[in-house]
Design a protein around this ligand. Sequence first.
Ligand code: PLP
Length: 434
Amino acid sequence: MFSTEMMYHEMGISREVYEYCEKIWTSLKERWEEIDRLSEYNQIKVIGAMQKNKVSEACLYGTTGYGYNDLGRETLEKVYADIFHTEDALVRPQITCGTHALALALFSNLRPGDELLSPVGKPYDTLEEVIGIRPSKGSLKEYGISYQQVDLLPDGGFDYENIRKAINTKTRLVTIQRSKGYQTRPTLSVNRIKELIAFIKGIKPDVICMVDNCYGEFTERQEPSDVGADLVAGSLIKNPGGGLAPIGGYLAGKKECIENAAFRLTSPGLGKEVGATLHALGAFYQGLFLAPSVTANALKSAIFAANLYESLGFAVVPDGRESRHDIIQAVTFGNPKGVIAFCEGIQQAAPVDGYVTPEPWDMPGYDAPVIMAAGAFVSGSSIELSADGPIKPPYAVYFQGGLTWQHGKLGIMKTLQKLVEKEIIMRDFDKRNL
Ligand SMILES: *Cc1c(COP(=O)(O)O)cnc(C)c1O
């Protein structure tokens, strides 16, 4: 009666899968405690910033038209600045996504003749067109802004010697991507970012150090802006939107960097003064309030998946015990069937579109078919439980999110169930392992 196992059974989870997953989960109690402590710290940080800036009911209602004197918008930007410990912030529904936030930061703080440097290897796919690594209309390259890149060393370390050589009189901005994104390099901890920024500022103190903070917010107690970053940027349909923000992006940083960005986002002369918030503010505030706990749920889901698939003999990045600096989990299956079964399992756990079957397709901009699983309340939101994988070697799936840990757990259990049903994992897996 009213047993949890019965509920799982009704969702198509077999006893073997249920019991195996319970064993994995109960072995993770210490990690859970550590993550609960992290979200507790960040929850207080967020509430403290809201109280300090006197967030009131009036802040939750937006403006229309030009959006002059939008109290909620101005207060929210102060709240973000306090959370990130920066002089100022720009948090807007007019910033359409993470790529837009990053492009805005770059275009507004670089001028023709300047050079951009990435000392951590190739940036996120979509930035290749922003920078002009892949030719594109309106790229930084078209505006006469050059680019240099220094790859990480084979062991994941910074190539200090070549970074030193790459910094020159033209170098104006250094972009550092915190999360591995969909690569196999390790994600950078805030402490490693601190070391890198200190090194760069030691060579050229006036260079702007920007951090692509996507997927990293609230995964640690400090943010890159606590350790010397002049500017951080990210998406509100990832961690800081807490699953509720329906759109948006943010920048937080030095007053001058934010001012440049505001004049670019709206218009020279107008800057931060305009930009109606319509009906977005309630969700921005409430999502930010939930973000530390939602991010913690996503971390728990990722750690559970890592430990589960590691125990079954699959390669996982990060591994089951590593400390976490973003919410992305990679699992390598080594064959297309595994990637497809995993995505089907995630989809079948979704509250929205749970009845559809994802299939690989030739997505524009990718060189292999890609399969994506997402059943989200906010379209494309990757703080919600989602998975995707290119159908090409090494046949890895990237998985992230889970607004609640319970949903994350169900999703991962469904993936294992699918893999067993399709006999990609042996039916007696529970006897071979643990
Ligand atoms: C998601 C992401 C982006 C781009 O954000 P979009 O909202 O998808 O445009 C950039 N960098 C990293 C590291 C990301 O994870």
